[in-house]
Design a binder for this molecule. Structure first.
Ligand SMILES: [Zn+2]
Length: 311
């Protein structure tokens, strides 16, 4: 794949993967415990919060390639075709808005975007991914976003997986390789769950980081954004059920872009990168996994090209 981007056409490559044969570093989300974390980070609250954050990680299934992708783009040869590719993304739970009542008022909210019926009540929220996963609204209109795809049983009839459709791309930066899509759902239980997660994160951080806030700037400068921080990636490698990988930051440019050794595979593109210090676990700062500088298990270096919220 050009430029090291980690987008995946299907899950068929999981067994034949040459970058991470066996995928031993990819921990199924429900099996993740404190033992997978470095000493000093493996406390109960820390792990609990990580599992809550994992619920906000979604799979992207994109079944159209925009005719507007430029020459030289990693998918330019597929422009105007319906070749499937998978990526990952992160729900920005604080953007949840609704319920909005009556006929949908926003352009683009149609029967297909809210599950087949024109909703009387619906909610909207933003999801972030990489711009090489979803290039523009033309592609967003042929995209499905899967929540809670955590194991093989998730996607059976009445399984935990829920699927929503994006309405449009609201912000995109191909240079930083980040993109935000606006989604709508008429699923009250999904909206309630997103809202509950947002509430949990707000409350939890006040408790867990009590007394720490005054010294956070020092960590940002000296610790978190240095080359010693831990990097955690939660993603859908090869479009498979959600996995967590843990590694170290090996290079940081101004605390904005990063290289790290947390394992990733095609399909991980667009996943959130969490930077974690032994004493502080900050909220997601907008850093999005971009790709890999190597395709072999040895000295694997992966990178985040985005500038997070400093965009
Ligand atoms: Zn792989």
């Amino acid at each position: 794949m050009p430029n090291g981007q980690e987008i995946s056409e299907s899950g068929a490559l999981w067994d034949s993967c040459s970058k991470n044969p066996g995928h031993e570093e990819f921990i199924p989300v429900h099996e993740f415990t404190g033992k997978h974390l470095a000493r000093g980070m493996n406390d109960e609250l820390f792990c609990e919060e990580l599992h809550v954050l994992a619920d906000l990680v979604v799979r992207f299934r994109v079944q159209w390639t925009s005719v507007h992708r430029p020459d030289g783009d990693s998918y330019s040869e597929y422009r105007g075709t319906n070749r499937l590719r998978c990526g990952s993304g992160y729900v920005e739970c604080s953007t949840l808005s609704g319920p909005k009542q009556g006929q949908p008022e926003m352009p683009g909210v149609t029967k297909s975007t809210v599950g087949g019926n024109i909703a009387k009540n619906y909610w909207t929220f933003m999801v972030s991914t990489a711009s090489h996963v979803v290039y523009d609204t033309e592609e967003a209109n042929y995209t499905k976003i899967d929540f809670f795809y955590d194991n093989d049983e998730s996607c059976v009839l009445k399984g935990s997986m829920k699927t929503v459709r994006p309405i449009k791309v609201v912000q995109s930066s191909p240079k930083a390789d980040v993109c935000q899509v606006l989604c709508a759902t008429d699923d009250k239980s999904l909206a309630k769950r997103i809202k509950a997660i947002d509430k949990y994160l707000r409350a939890h951080r006040l408790i867990y980081h009590k007394g720490m806030r005054n010294i956070v700037p020092n960590f940002i400068i000296k610790g978190l954004y240095s080359s010693s921080a831990n990097a955690i990636i939660i993603s859908h490698p090869h479009g498979q059920p959600k996995k967590i990988t843990v590694g170290r930051v090996v290079h940081s440019v101004g605390g904005l872009t990063f290289k790290y050794k947390a394992a990733t595979c095609p399909g991980s593109s667009g996943a959130p990168l969490f930077l974690v210090d032994t004493l502080y676990f900050p909220p997601w700062l907008g850093h999005t996994h971009t790709g890999s500088l190597s395709q072999t298990p040895t000295e694997q270096i992966n990178y985040c090209n985005s500038l997070g919220y400093f965009l």
